[in-house]
Design a protein. Structure first.
Ligand code: GLN
Length: 191
């Protein structure tokens, strides 16, 4: 059975764990370095990216995670997780992990519409639109040549991407009943 760790320092980790379990894999919270051993994949959830970054450093996890990803550990980052995996992000007072060649803008939708749900076309998941929940979400403002953009809002804004074993999205697939995004991670990225 696949073993998927979910970084559980802050944010929406419980929802990821239950969705992954629903899909029949062994999913468990990761808070310690030892728990990073023998993983088939890692999820970095949404939450507050600056807080997660700080806690990762104080738990001595940042470098270990960076090394595992650079050695090919498949990883899914949602919302704050996408920010943490990016090459660079606005208003981050610490370095990001830099696992995917994207630039992101944090809190890109502003206060007026800081949360919304929209039917998103994600061709990699099939024809049926995906119910995407955005909560104080970031957007992708730049992407290198090796990055495959998986989803855009109607105005063209990039909100999901993949580069090799790194999958990211600006929204919260774990807060819906639609398991397709996680299934894509497990079947296509983790493989
Ligand atoms: N606004 C948060 C940040 O910048 C991300 C929000 C989320 O993960 N839902 O870290």
């Amino acid at each position: 059975m696949k073993r998927i760790g979910v970084l559980a320092l802050q944010g929406a980790f419980i929802e990821h764990i239950s969705m992954l379990r629903k899909l029949g894999v062994e999913a468990f919270p990761v808070r310690l370095r030892q728990q990073l051993q023998d993983l088939d994949g890692l999820v970095i959830p949404g939450g507050e990216s600056t807080t997660i970054a700080k806690l990762m450093r104080s738990c001595d996890l940042t470098q270990a995670i960076q090394e595992l990803i650079s050695h090919g550990l498949p990883v899914l980052g949602t919302c704050a997780g996408m920010i943490l995996l990016s090459r660079s992000a606005t208003s981050m007072n610490s370095e990001t992990i830099g696992a995917i060649d994207i630039e992101v803008r944090r809190n890109a939708f502003g206060r007026q519409i800081d949360s919304f749900e929209t039917d998103l076309s994600i061709p990699a998941l099939g024809k049926e639109p995906f119910p995407a929940i955005f909560i104080r979400a970031p957007i992708i403002t730049g992407a290198g040549p090796e990055v495959e953009v998986l989803a855009r809002l109607e105005d063209g804004t990039r909100v999901a991407a993949r580069q090799g074993k790194v999958l990211v999205c600006a929204f919260h697939p774990e807060l819906t009943d639609d398991t397709r995004f996680h299934r894509y991670f497990l079947e296509t990225v983790v493989g």
